[in-house]
Design a binder for this molecule. Structure first.
Ligand SMILES: *Cc1c(COP(=O)(O)O)cnc(C)c1O
Length: 364
């Protein structure tokens, strides 16, 4: 879309050239394009969420807990349980999706922002939308993160904020904890904040960077309930960091940003999270099976630690191949990397439908 703004409209110059975030929301039978969990919430969890919300509806004349203490305490307990850490709510901040977390971070801390691309397109978009400069450093062959190039770039450009996405979106690979620690050090040496975007952490073999927070005061780990928690529609993201960085979030958050209903729904989901673990295991198994199938067909697959895989090796352009799949009612993501497409792991039936459509699209 090439938007033409009217003459009289004085749009902020830093957003004039931006394009809105846009995964096409076109109707298709099999939607494997936005990395959601394909399984609906189980019915007992749905009922618990409804009951938690219904208890609070009579209070909707009042503002919610501005600081979401109960929710942050429960998020801390969740992280402590899986990462064997000891965080309290003072080290957690929560918002409407991790995109809001990322925006608050970019609003709060000074300096340009750097990322290692291809990576999550919202990092540059948020950075530019607040009038900061985006510094793009390329990943290595097969989109692997390269520590030496990263630390060199940080020393040279002295960014105020550095983004690491692990597992990376759209390519799927993880960065080792040792590398994250080195980047945190290099970033601290230039007075910057390191943001580790762990939107897909629950699907990864690598441990979470939260265990590095005690040794790295400038480290923020951003997480979300949108992917593994099957909670994309509820909008709940959060971060874990040194308490001082959380205090900075309070300066830029809008008052009462997390509605009473969002807090209630997220609390119910967190308190009843056992079913989730099975889904995550199922999705990881399906991912490994799908990768095997793609390799058998003779496609190239980028190694993935997430709930999606990026593949290449089809003979036509990404746009053309994407369209061929859409014509067969399967929606995947053209992430703008020539020759590659990204597919989200779906249910067994969806993955089968994808493979069937893929074979037909390859043999046109
Ligand atoms: C999906 C995604 C997010 C965030 O999504 P929210 O729904 O706003 O929590 C953040 N980072 C990456 C890398 C993602 O892929």
């Amino acid at each position: 879309m090439n938007q033409r703004w009217p003459e009289w409209l004085s749009l902020n110059s830093n957003i004039r050239e931006l394009k809105p975030y846009g995964a096409p929301q076109i109707p298709a039978q099999v939607r494997l394009n936005t990395n959601e969990n394909p399984y609906p919430l189980d019915e007992s969890l749905q009922n618990k969420i409804i009951s938690e919300i219904s208890q609070r509806v009579s209070n909707l004349n009042r503002y919610p807990d501005r600081d979401a203490i109960e929710l942050r305490t429960t998020l801390a307990a969740y992280i402590n349980g899986i990462s064997n850490t000891d965080f309290s709510y003072e080290q957690i901040w929560a918002a409407n999706g991790s995109n809001e977390i990322l925006q608050s971070i970019v609003l709060a801390f000074a300096g340009d922002a750097m990322g290692f691309e291809p990576s999550y397109s919202m990092h540059p978009l948020i950075t530019k939308s607040v009038g900061k400069k985006w510094i793009s450093i390329s990943r290595g062959p097969d989109f692997v993160f390269q520590l030496d190039l990263a630390t060199e770039a940080i020393e040279q450009h002295r960014p105020g904020i550095v983004f690491l996405t692990t597992p990376n979106n759209p390519s799927g690979g993880s960065i080792s904890l040792a590398d994250v620690a080195e980047v945190a050090k290099a970033t601290l040496a230039v007075g910057g904040i390191l943001v580790v975007d762990e939107a897909y952490a629950e699907f990864s073999k690598e441990s979470s960077s939260v265990t590095l927070i005690k040794d790295h005061p400038n480290l923020i780990v951003s997480r979300t309930m949108s992917k593994a928690f099957a909670f994309a529609g509820a909008r709940l993201g959060y971060m874990i960091s040194n308490p001082t960085l959380v205090e900075a979030m309070l300066l830029v958050r809008l008052p009462y940003h997390l509605s009473e209903l969002t807090q209630a729904a997220a609390l119910a989901a967190l308190k009843n999270r056992t079913a989730l673990q099975q889904q995550v295991e199922q999705i990881k198994q399906s991912r490994d099976l799908l990768v095997e199938e793609l390799l058998k067909i003779g496609l190239h697959v980028v190694s993935s630690d997430a709930n999606f895989v990026m593949f290449s090796g089809f003979k036509v352009s990404s746009q053309e191949f994407w369209q061929r799949l859409v014509d067969r009612d399967v929606l995947v993501r053209d992430v703008g990397i020539p020759g590659y497409l990204r597919v989200t792991i779906g249910t067994e039936a969806e993955n089968k439908a994808f493979l069937t459509a893929l074979l037909k699209a390859l043999n046109l």
